[in-house]
Design a binder for this molecule. Structure first.
Ligand code: MN
Length: 251
């Protein structure tokens, strides 16, 4: 009940401001002002020259933030809309790389795809038996496996009667309402991939705290989603060598 009362006294806005080449300054201004005004949400310096903001907090504070930024930005063209309070627990900069990701197709005792995200210098890893999908209707089992070091990201080759290929790789952005790595600890992590085959928003949702913990990997609905597609079947080749896993194992 306390939470409900707290939500009622809060309000949220989405705003966009033309950056006029000062996007980075506006982002750091927004971070500083948001902290002063006790606002949560995010700010993003988009490639189209517009700085976009989601701000939520005490009534009046989101509008104050926009006013201050508008002053800093100088010109008009600012758009502000009231939106729902989403329950953010941080004020984050979006659209910045958090590190690398890699998906390694791996034939061991069982065939699977290792999805690895760089978090605090190590590769947090999940074994996904059926591989990632770009179809938001598909939920793929992802079994948490031990962290790997970043040196393993470039490994491709045969061995132990099986083999590994680098099926996809790139960088990723951390998203969601909760800061990382806490989001992973709490079992719900949202992120954006910039790979050669995988791109756009994904979510990892923990479904069981067993040993090993089980998660679901789900494509989020965005412009990179491809309903009905089967990317692991359509694009079987290594992004490093062009070879398939069978090519690598057969040598
Ligand atoms: Mn593996």
């Amino acid at each position: 009940m306390a939470k409900r009362a707290q939500t009622k006294s809060k309000e949220a806005i989405r705003a966009s401001l033309p950056a006029h080449g000062r996007g980075r300054e506006l982002v750091s201004d927004a971070m500083a002002r948001a902290a002063q005004l006790e606002l949560l949400g995010w700010v993003r310096d988009d490639p189209d020259g517009v700085v976009r903001i989601h701000a939520e907090g005490p009534a009046g504070a989101p509008a104050q933030l926009v006013g201050l930024l508008q002053e800093a930005a100088g010109a008009g063209g600012v758009e502000v809309a009231s939106v729902k309070v989403e329950g953010h627990e941080q004020f984050a900069v979006r659209g910045v790389s958090a590190g690398v990701f890699v998906v390694q197709e791996h034939q061991a005792t069982a065939h699977h795809y290792d999805v690895r995200l760089e978090v605090d210098g190590v590769m947090r890893s999940w074994a996904v038996p059926k591989g990632p999908s770009l179809d938001p209707a598909v939920k793929r089992l992802a079994v948490q496996v031990p962290d790997h070091d970043t040196g393993h990201n470039s490994f491709e080759g045969a061995g132990h009667g099986g083999g590994v290929i680098i099926w996809d790789r790139g960088t990723y952005e951390q998203g969601g309402r909760v800061p990382w790595p806490e989001a992973l600890d709490r079992g719900h992590a949202v992120f954006v991939l910039h790979g050669e085959k995988l791109s756009g928003g994904f979510a990892l949702q923990r479904t069981g705290r067993g040993d090993p913990p089980q998660w679901l990997l789900i494509k989020r609905r965005d412009e990179h989603a491809r309903p009905g597609s089967d990317v692991v079947a359509e694009r079987p080749e290594s992004v490093a060598s062009g070879r398939t896993l069978a090519d690598v194992i057969d040598g």
